[in-house]
Structure formats: structure tokens, C-alpha cells
Design a protein around this ligand. Sequence first.
Ligand SMILES: CCC/C=C/C=C/C(=O)SCCNC(=O)CCNC(=O)[C@H](O)C(C)(C)COP(=O)(O)OP(=O)(O)OC[C@H]1O[C@@H](n2cnc3c(N)ncnc32)[C@H](O)[C@@H]1OP(=O)(O)O
Length: 313
Amino acid sequence: MLLRSLYRKAAGTPFSGLLSTLQHTKPHMLAASMSTTYNYEALKVETLADYVIGVQLNRPDKRNAINNVMWREIGEVFSKLATDPDCRSIVLSGDRKTFTAGIDMGEFVEMASIVMGDEDIARKCFKLKKIIQTYQESFTQLEKCPKPIICAINGPCVGAGVDLISATDVRYCTADAWFQVKEVDVGLAADVGTLQRLPKLIGSQSLVNELCLTCRVMGASEALSCGLVSRLFVDREAMMAAALASAKLIASNSPVAVQATKMSLLYSRDHTVEEGLQFMALLNMSMLQSEDVRLAAMSQLERSKSKPTFAKM
Ligand SMILES: CCC/C=C/C=C/C(=O)SCCNC(=O)CCNC(=O)[C@H](O)C(C)(C)COP(=O)(O)OP(=O)(O)OC[C@H]1O[C@@H](n2cnc3c(N)ncnc32)[C@H](O)[C@@H]1OP(=O)(O)O
């Protein structure tokens, strides 16, 4: 009913010419091809399908341990993908064996040199604060990126790895995946997102507390049952195929609708229902005027088998 009245209302309005305008838009304006360059040392970035970008942690010999280069590159790549018109969804993964072994312990020990130094204590504090905030900001870029991130986890996902996956939108894992909030074991309270985000992903505060305080390993089936991941696969091949299929589905939808949805879900996570509703009204008073709404609604109304072609943004 709503769609029919939308359709009737659109006919004869300035919107009615839009479909033919879009049909005559030059193909190069619509086809996805990665025009932005992504060359990294510790990450492998590639186009997996139209508008779907794969970001792979790429230090296999070191079990994808997150060194300073990887911390910096993670922040950079997600901030770049945020505005890349050829990217509408992202698959984040590790290598065939491991998601990540967490922070690079070699560099972690180097950080101790600041603590051991002769400098004034206040100056040491400010140096450490800067390092911690730089690391935090790197992972927060995943949330700031309005393109949904599907995280595909196999093998170990340790320490900073849990901080990292907690900032993604959808999580899948393989039967051999395992998770460990290991920070207390190395003498610190997790400080780059796990303690803030994990309680919002797992329904049980008791389980979150247990995992963070004991550092015990959580296996794949428990990760599924507690909601840390939403799907479990026999192996990496099956998981990557499913992650790609979901990423393609997301990329086939209106980028306006998808990005507004990610922003609103995150906003609502951190605000009251009332505030979330107010945010939504303010957002959609502009987004509802997008041509994507008309194209998507027409396509539903016409029971079209294929999705409309949404312009780049
Ligand atoms: C301000 C700070 C904010 C951030 C805090 C973050 C904290 C954390 O992340 S705490 C967690 C730290 N991580 C660990 O304790 C995990 C250590 N690694 C392992 O337990 C095992 O490597 C693992 C179970 C992940 C895999 O075992 P596997 O038998 O498959 O591999 P290994 O033979 O152990 O390792 C292969 C090579 O990788 C190097 N490596 C592994 N983990 C790390 C690491 N975290 N940092 C640096 N390097 C790592 C390992 O040394 C081997 O290298 P090589 O000897 O050169 O072959």
C-alpha cells in the first residue's frame, strides 16, 4: 500500500524523470573499480567484487601480530575506505592459519623502555597516554567508517585481536577459531576497546567479566552461542564465501540507506531510545529525499528481480 501510494505520488513529480536519467548515466559513473590506491606493508587490500573491498591482516610469519606499522595502517585504511566511492562493504580477515596473535610483544616490551626511563613521571604519563590514544583511534576508525565491516575469524584471535573484532559490524568464525582477552595475563587492563565494546556485543555481563578477568580461551561454539559471532563455518573457505556473499548483498543495496543504518545502529547503541529516535528523525528528514528511496521503492513495487543501480557516493 505504502509503496503504491509512493509510486503514484512520484509520477508526474520532478522525481519521475530520475529513472530515465539514471538509465542514461554513463556506465563508468556506475561501475565499481578501485580508483584509490591501497599499498600497505602489513595489510593486503583488494577488490573482492564490485564495491566490496577485502582487508587482510598480512604478517603471517608473526601470526599477524599487530606491530606499530599495522596499528597505523589499520587506522589509515578504514579512514580512506570511509570516503572511497568504490567501497560499499568490507571483509576483514586474517590469513589461512590465524586471525591475529594480538599486540606485537616485541614492540610491547619496547614500550616498557618509556616506563624504565629516567624522565619525569608526568612526562612519561603523557607519552604513554599518546600511544594508547593513537592505538584506540586506529580501531575506532572501523566504527567511524560508515561502510559495514564483516569480520571473518579463523584460528587464534588474541588480546588486541578481540579489541579489533569488537569494532566490526558482523562477525563470522570457523570451527577452529578461538578468542582470548589476554591483557590481564600480560599485566594490563585491556585499553583499546574490548572493555567498552564487548559488553554491548555479548548479552551476559557475567560472561564478559569472566572472560576479561580470567583470560580463559573461548571456543567457536561458545562464541556463537553468546552472540560474539553470528555464524559458524566448518572451514575458512566456507566462511570467506559466506562473508563475500553477505558483503555483496550489502553492496547491492542503496549506499545511502546502508550507511545511514550503520550510523544509526551505532548511535542507538550508545544513547537512549528517545535520543536514538530523535537522531533518526533528523537523519531521515534529509536521507528520505535521496533518489535511492524512489529507485528502491519502484523496484520493490515492480517486483523487479534485480536490484536498481544506485549512483556512486
Ligand atoms: C597500550 C597497549 C594496548 C594493547 C594491548 C594489547 C595486548 C595484547 O594483545 S595481549 C596478547 C598478546 N599476545 C599473546 O600473548 C599471544 C602470543 N602468541 C601465541 O600465543 C602463539 O603465537 C599463538 C597461539 C597465537 C600461535 O601459536 P603458533 O604455534 O601457531 O605460532 P608460534 O610458533 O607461537 O609463533 C610463530 C611466530 O609468530 C611470532 N609471534 C606470535 N605471536 C606474537 C606476538 N604477539 N608478538 C610478536 N610475535 C609473535 C612468534 O614469535 C614466532 O616468530 P618466530 O620465532 O620469528 O618464528
